[in-house]
Design a protein around this ligand. Structure first.
Ligand code: IMP
Length: 428
């Protein structure tokens, strides 16, 4: 298998970072193609912790080339910082990090607008990461975006930025002063210019040559702009199809779609989470920090819910998932009993389709199946046979309900805490 798309099947934070990190070892090329620095993941490698927002974490392997393709929106300040901090830790990026000239820039006025909209929405706020992602994608669709190709060319940038700021006056937004912003852009542009390269051409060449390519999805299925729990979603397409579109690649190039799903469910920000724990269940899961359930990007505590097989089935369909990775099984180690949501009811009736409207999603009553817990430490397990039989039963039930084979199981943050349950998930 040469081309794998890794996609989150819940509300983001499924533990994709670790799965991508492991698969990257065998990949020649790693591609990021949607979202921006609203995403983030933490990797623990050789006892060191690394946080990534824009640059694929696969950069930690010296043999890889990492591409940030046209579908991404990148905050130049954050990107410059990330490049600097990676280089300071001894990783060489020259010729290994390629930034597409098609990608759009998130500028300070996008961040300001993001916060302003949230403030105006008041109690209907989305709970965005405040990174300017929505306003940047809105500008892109409005044909008011600034792409890296022009950003790194002072003459083109000046013309474009003047034009954009002039048109922004239509919104009567607090006017942005041209000169200081232009200065800042020149500074960022100068730093980024050496990385600008025809990333999409490089990707196409790699695919034609049959090299192992890993597409690193950001966020999660239910944050998708179209099929997520709108309007409590992000502003990009988070599905496998959007990942390919953002990379400028047609659907026939994908060999496998690996869906990553947590052994339970989490969500940050506002919006419906049908299987959210009831007040009396909260204490069962303990401290969010110990569970590593604090957002990498904003430091917010994540909301917790039981595994939702009904939603996961829909996510599998939306992404064309061919195999799954189940993460954070160890977090359930201390529970006496574990719940799996098998269906929703609305006004007493079984719901056939995943609800379109958030008003319905807030009202659905999940129906649960209870399975016994294992009350043993799974974080030390190295193979399927080491797992307690109750844990194996839990995995089997998820496979049955979701109709998807689990190929990878994660039982802790370290690379070594990974079980390969079937072999075909490997890249390469
Ligand atoms: P935005 O992407 O900053 O506009 O935020 C929109 C919604 O998506 C908010 O609820 C965020 O918390 C959520 N969100 C965006 N990116 C991620 C992610 O990578 N993981 C989890 N939630 C995210």
């Amino acid at each position: 298998m040469s081309t794998v798309i890794v996609v989150g099947l819940q509300w983001g934070d499924e533990g994709k970072g670790k799965v991508i990190d492991i698969l990257s070892e065998r990949a020649a090329l790693i591609v990021r193609s949607q979202g921006g620095n609203n995403a983030g993941h933490t990797i623990v490698a050789q006892g060191r912790e690394w946080r990534f927002h824009l640059i694929p974490s696969g950069i930690l392997y010296p043999h890889t080339t990492c591409l940030i393709c046209g579908g991404v929106v990148a905050d130049p300040e954050v990107l410059c910082q990330e490049i600097r901090s990676i280089e300071e830790r001894g990783i060489c990026l020259d010729g290994r990090l390629l930034l597409s000239p098609y990608l759009h820039l998130v500028l300070p006025y996008h961040r300001a607008l993001d916060l302003l909209y949230e403030e105006k929405r008041s109690c209907d706020a989305i709970g965005t990461t405040g990174r300017g992602i929505g306003p940047c994608y809105a500008d892109k669709a409005q044909r008011l975006g600034i792409r890296l190709g022009e950003f790194v060319d002072p003459e083109k940038l000046e013309k474009r930025l003047r034009h954009v700021l002039q048109l922004h006056e239509v919104y009567r937004m607090s006017p942005t002063e041209f000169a200081p912003l232009f200065e800042a852009c020149l500074h960022w542009g100068k730093q980024l210019s050496r990385y600008v390269a025809p990333a999409e051409t490089r990707l196409h060449r790699a695919l034609v040559q049959g090299q192992a390519v890993l597409f690193e999805g950001a966020h999660g299925t239910f944050l998708d702009l179209t099929y997520g729990t709108y309007p409590f979603v992000t502003s990009s397409t988070t599905l496998s199809s959007g990942i390919l579109a953002g990379a400028g690649v047609g659907p026939t190039w994908a060999d496998e779609v690996l869906g990553v799903v947590k052994a339970y469910t989490t969500r940050v920000g506002h919006g419906p989470l049908p299987t959210e724990l009831m007040a009396r269940e909260q204490a069962l899961f303990g401290d969010r920090r110990e569970m590593r359930e604090v957002g990498t990007t904003t430091g917010r505590e994540r909301r917790i819910g039981w595994f939702d097989a009904f939603a996961t089935r829909f996510a599998i369909h939306l992404n064309g998932v061919t195999q799954a990775a189940l993460t954070k099984l160890d977090i359930l180690d201390s529970l006496d009993e574990i719940k799996i949501c098998t269906k929703y009811r609305l006004d007493g009736e079984v719901v056939e389709e995943f609800p379109v409207l958030v008003e319905d999603l807030y009202r659905v009553v999940p129906e649960y199946e209870c399975v016994p817990g294992w009350r043993r430490d799974t974080s030390v397990c190295k193979k399927m046979e080491d797992l307690p039989k109750e844990a194996r039963r839990y995995l089997q039930r998820i496979e049955e309900l979701c109709q998807i084979p689990i190929h990878i199981l994660s039982v802790g943050p370290d690379r070594s805490q990974t079980l390969w349950l079937r072999q075909t998930a490997e890249v390469g």
